[in-house]
Design a binder for this molecule. Sequence first.
Ligand code: ADP
Ligand code: F6P
Length: 483
Amino acid sequence: MSGDNEFVVVANRLPVDAIVDEHGGTTWTESPGGLVAALSPVLSARRGCWVGWPGLIDAAPAPFHTDSGILVHPVPLTADDHERFYEGFSNATLWPLYHDLIVTPTYHRDWWQSYRDVNYRFATEVDRVAAPGATVWVQDYQLQLVPGILRQLRPDLTIGFFLHIPFPGPDLFRQLPWREEVVRGLLGADLIGFHLVSNAENFLSLVQQVSGPKGSHTGQPDSLKVTGSASVRTTTASITASDGREVAVAAYPISIDPTSLGEADDKEVARRRAELGNPECILLGVDRLDYTKGILQRLEAFEELLEAGALDPNEVVFVQVATPSRERIEHYRTARRQVEEAVGRINGRFAKIGRPVVHYLHRSLPKRLLRHYYQAADVMVVTPFKDGMNLVAKEYVACHPDGSGALVLSEFAGAADELLQANLCNPFDIESLKRALLQAVRGLEHDPETMRSRMRAMHEQVLTFDVDAWANASLRDLDEARR
Ligand code: ADP
Ligand code: F6P
């Protein structure tokens, strides 16, 4: 028997964080995020709900409404699911594979088994709650089999899929021992969305190369018809699956909700600068502590600039805020250890008593405080080796409507496709990182007008193409795709 939700978002995580009190009681607060902000109005207008994992192992709360009224249907994960589906297949197999092998992916048959099982459980929960003919929007790499399973269980549904991380070139993807199953899973959707045209192109090349047995549960791509233009924000192609359905493939660069960062507050910003000793230049990094983000490499570039005297430790500070992430996975532990060693070494070499040159916080900050740091920072340093989009870069730009500040941005962040006026760099090349940092610092000193006009152009881009524009374009095309 189907449910009565006309619109279902399904994602690995629910948009809530658990707060466990001293008596072991749990309350849920809504996690602030662009996706939640963009989808809240759609969920209430269309009688919708959100299916996902509540973030605690073995927690199986009954469906409930979040503070802003979103109906959530929790899918519980056991300790074993967490280890094999989440830490294993999602984050030690797919994550490094899709981020161009920055570390070597691990392929384990029992992790794959768990990924299939958990995807099946998410799909059956959607089957239970979705009304006849409902629209289902599946999010991200943890749930790539859900479209295919749902297509079998519920042919009446309109199914969209969006990948929030990069999609690798076919030569890398073909390493995956279960490549046909993943492609078939995705092709269960009516519309597959990626951030970038290059991601969509990688997928289209792949489906031409990878094929499995005919008559399998979601069908193979029989032919590839490029129907759209290759420009960003338009559908790029469609594939005919073997069951005759047209599957649209498109690129929609995600963005932020500029209002979610709160109001500008100059007094608080002055306070933040004073806390840091009122330096002439504040450099800032804000990331999850992930080896893809290039945190160590940016610190090493900063260290070499201090060593060479190109930056003066009496005039600059580097603030690095790093949210703990996936901490039981070996490569994440190594990344943390290396970052913390670098912070200690740089301060040991260049700080004075009571005046660190690198300020390092290993925690999450409230959005309001994050905004003050964004506003206070003269140079934002975003240097991932590979990143689907990178919302931090866009958040920083959104906090500088007057064109102040500068953005050092990796060419390998999806955001670099839009933020063309940033100080772009290649994070694999320490000389390129150093050059971009110096150009930003010196540009602010010597050519503030040019820097201002570059930041203004980026600000305009971020405000015009915000997360609402992303959600509206994706959902419009999803409605269109099925019709
Ligand atoms: P990813 O999705 O890989 O973590 P993004 O840059 O796309 O990377 O998104 C990160 C989001 O998490 C941003 O909205 C950013 O504000 C938030 N974030 C990152 N680090 C912190 C932190 N230390 N405290 C609070 N929020 C953070
Ligand atoms: O960028 C991909 C992503 O899954 C985001 O959607 C999410 O906010 C982030 O990584 C953190 O992931 P996790 O759910 O593993 O903490």
